[in-house]
Design a protein around this ligand. Structure first.
Ligand code: ZN
Length: 215
């Protein structure tokens, strides 16, 4: 939702629902962990009132523990924190799960797999950043796919894998072939005039590349 029209949030949510979006990915930035500021739990709460789709909060903030309850109370179904912000996320991942919320851990392009490896069993969702966090519209970093493959090998079968950054018609296929479960898409939908058509094209491309990879 980073690239959506915040002046027309209600309309944007309706268009995304009509386009078939399964979940809404909410990029929360604090101006400290990443340079940009976006929005906090109050806006998430309003989005919750507008939709029953899955709300997937991606906390690009330095002190996620301080605000965790606010995001849970706002109605997030999933809360993802960054390993770079919380080098030992054991307590926080437990706390998220205890609230019956999906516990996610995100990893930046520069961070090695070893940083998250000890905590994989505590994660319901692993989010691999395929751009530097903090800005929309960046170019996809292909090495993220190797990281995704390695993390899938190391992780338990239940974890869901998500990729975030630079996903469009030219990159969605390689992400799908690498076995990703969720593609976070921003510009490729919001910069188009027809969200439904854009999402459908992305799905077709992802499915055909996934099938080709499985052959
Ligand atoms: Zn994100």
């Amino acid at each position: 939702m980073l690239k959506c029209d915040y002046g027309n949030l209600h309309r944007e949510v309706s268009l995304l629902e009509a386009a078939g979006a399964e979940s809404l990915h909410l990029d929360v930035m604090d101006g400290h962990f990443v340079p940009n500021l976006s929005y906090g739990a109050m806006v998430v709460k309003r989005i919750r009132e507008l939709t029953d789709r899955i709300l997937d909060a991606h906390l690009m903030i330095s002190d996620p523990g301080r605000y965790l309850d606010d995001f849970v109370d706002a109605g997030c179904d999933s809360v993802t924190i960054h390993i770079e912000a919380v080098p030992d996320p054991t307590e926080l991942l437990h706390a998220i799960r205890q609230q019956d919320v999906v516990a996610g851990l995100a990893i930046n392009p520069e961070t090695p797999v070893e940083a998250v490896e000890p905590f994989l069993s505590l994660c319901d969702l692993i989010l691999v950043m395929s751009v530097e966090p903090g800005f929309g519209g960046q170019k996809f970093i292909p090495s993220a796919l190797n990281k995704l493959t390695r993390l899938r090998e190391l992780s338990n079968a239940q974890a869901t894998f998500s990729i975030d950054g630079g996903i469009d018609l030219t990159t969605v296929g390689s992400a799908a072939a690498a076995g990703v479960d969720i593609c976070v898409v921003g510009s490729a939908i919001f910069d188009s005039s027809d969200y439904r058509a854009s999402m459908q094209q992305l799905r077709i491309e992802a499915h055909s590349c996934r099938q080709a990879a499985a052959l």
